[in-house]
Design a protein around this ligand. Structure first.
Ligand SMILES: O=C(O)CCC(=O)C(=O)O
Ligand SMILES: [Fe+2]
Length: 310
């Protein structure tokens, strides 16, 4: 089993016309990926590598700032409870392991009066905001294709994602930084990013050239997921698996330690798409396999597991 690459040219960003035939073709390809391994690489989406590189470069500049410059932006200091900087080791995506060897910054609010890092990273705000909006655009295209691919009303997922980029929707652009690993300080079973599946509807993922991501296949073995420049990795998250009555698969993934002697850092960007806070997620095939759940209630429960509190 491997992760397919799908050519998204016919529905790329900024394209206003797409034929029904092209939509159907893309739907069939996405369906095969999402019912199989749960991950797909999209090529030619309109989001180009130079945009990704720019976001990674300004992010790295932020992460390398002295701690006192980052502290004021810590997650917990904002009205939006998930927005902000998450310090090194703070999060455990697999609660059975020690804290992940990474730090991150969550952009969960685009509210105009929010305080952004600017000292030494003047372009941080504009670069991340515009990347957020590009990812939002692409996600809506993917959500439409997913509904079509299941022969559902093409708006069934879109109707539950009408408030992205407002405080009534938890969608988050997260920039991640994995510093060089100091093997002398690594705790037993500690890794860069513990085994987990994502919480929301879908995730767009961009890895730096280092790669390192691994995805668990249906048979339980882990596949290496290299970085393919110019592509966007898209994966199904848990609430979408539940929404589709387990038709689309939310696969477990992780990032282990680099090999001995590898002292490189690693970066990635994840755009976690969530339904609107008040959206009630009910199995779209009418199966009632899972009881209806409000998107925000579901998310809060999951955050409680990865941060050790709600
Ligand atoms: O850094 C990566 O490549 C993966 C990160 C991830 O899976 C996550 O933050 O949910
Ligand atoms: Fe993840």
């Amino acid at each position: 089993m491997s992760i397919p690459v799908v050519d998204f040219t016919s529905f790329k960003l900024d394209k206003s016309h797409v034929s029904d035939e092209d939509l159907e073709k893309l739907g069939v390809e996405l369906r095969a990926a999402f019912t199989g391994v749960g991950f797909v690489y999209l090529a030619n989406t309109g989001i180009v590598q130079s945009e990704v590189d720019k976001v990674m470069a300004i992010s790295k500049k932020f992460f390398l700032l002295p701690e006192e410059k980052k502290r004021p932006f810590e997650r917990g200091n904002f009205a939006n409870s998930n927005h902000g900087w998450v310090s090194f080791g703070r999060e455990r995506l697999n609660p059975r392991r020690p804290g992940d060897l990474k730090e991150s910054f969550n952009i969960s609010s685009l509210c105009p009066d929010i305080n952004w890092p600017s000292d030494g990273v003047a372009e941080f705000r504009e670069t991340l905001k515009s990347f957020y909006l590009r990812c939002e655009d692409l996600s809506l295209r993917v959500l439409k294709l997913m509904a079509l691919s299941l022969d559902l009303n093409p708006d069934v997922f879109l109707e539950a994602h009408t408030c992205m980029s407002t405080d009534d929707n938890a969608t988050t652009l997260r920039t991640l930084y994995y510093p060089p690993v100091d093997t002398g300080c690594v705790k037993d079973s500690q890794v860069r990013c513990g085994e987990h599946s994502d919480y929301g509807s879908i995730t767009l993922l961009f890895q730096g050239p280092e790669g390192g991501l691994q995805v668990q296949s249906r048979t339980g073995t882990y596949l290496s997921v290299p970085s393919i420049p110019g592509t966007v990795l898209v994966n199904i998250a848990d609430l979408m698996q539940r929404w589709t009555g387990d038709v689309f698969i939310s696969a477990v993934h992780r990032v282990l330690l680099p090999s001995d002697g590898d002292s490189s850092s690693r970066q990635s960007l994840a755009f976690f798409v969530h339904p609107d806070d008040q959206a009630v997620i009910t199995c779209c095939d009418g199966s009632n396999k899972y009881p209806p759940v409000k998107a925000l209630d579901y998310l809060m429960e999951r955050f409680g597991e990865s941060y050790g509190s709600t």
